[in-house]
Design a protein around this ligand. Structure first.
Ligand code: C5P
Ligand code: MG
Length: 189
């Protein structure tokens, strides 16, 4: 069973690459960012709580995200492997995921960390903002997303490095080239 986390700063291509990864390896995919945006669009209780934070590039609370993830795992207990995109975003979330894996008898196969320089990330997100309709693909929210990433998300890399499951991926190039880099690593897991 393959259980993979796709990790990287905002704009690294996690969502784009996930579309290919989940197809090739038949994985059950969840993007917490997508789920949160759907909650906002639906005007749900969670959506109302997180809308302002997310529109401005901040992070939802660990409790909210953990609840979403546990529900998803439980609802897909027949899965033959999960692909987590955009989660964990904090060390606390990584610890929560560890506990969920123990609780549901799952094993983490690897963390694929997309590495892309910041100027390219900004360029990609501004380009995406022209058509994505995402409230956070504007320069002010992008800046805040980087601050959140540096302060809260980057430490997650050390957490997984210490567990020897971290795999850096060169994240610059065409979508196909980057997907090849990813597959090379997955085949070795
Ligand atoms: O993962 P993605 O880049 O799509 O996330 C977009 C936004 O969703 C983040 O900038 C953040 O506001 C929110 N998010 C979050 N907590 C997560 C994942 C995403 O708050 N675990
Ligand atoms: Mg995404």
């Amino acid at each position: 069973m393959l259980n993979i986390i796709i990790f990287g700063p905002p704009g690294a291509g996690k969502g784009t690459q996930s579309e290919y990864i989940k197809e090739r390896y038949n994985l059950t995919y969840i993007s917490t960012g997508q789920v949160l945006r759907a909650e906002i669009a639906a005007g749900s209780e969670i959506g109302l709580k997180v809308k302002d934070i997310i529109d401005h590039g901040g992070l939802a609370s660990d409790e909210i995200v953990a609840e979403i993830i546990e529900k998803f795992i439980v609802n897909h207990s027949d899965s033959n492997g999960f692909l987590f995109d955009g989660f964990p975003r904090t060390v606390k979330q990584a610890e929560i995921l560890d506990n969920l894996f123990k609780k549901y008898n799952l094993n983490l196969s690897g963390v694929l960390s997309l590495e892309v320089p910041e100027d390219i990330l900004v360029e990609r997100m501004l380009e995406r903002g022209k058509t994505s309709g995402r409230a956070d693909d504007n320069i002010d929210s992008i800046r805040h997303r980087f601050v959140e990433y540096d302060q809260k998300t980057k430490p997650v890399l050390d957490f997984y490095q210490n567990k020897n499951v971290l795999h850096p991926i060169h994240g610059v190039g065409t979508i196909e080239e980057i997907f090849d880099n990813i597959c090379e690593v997955i085949e070795r897991l």
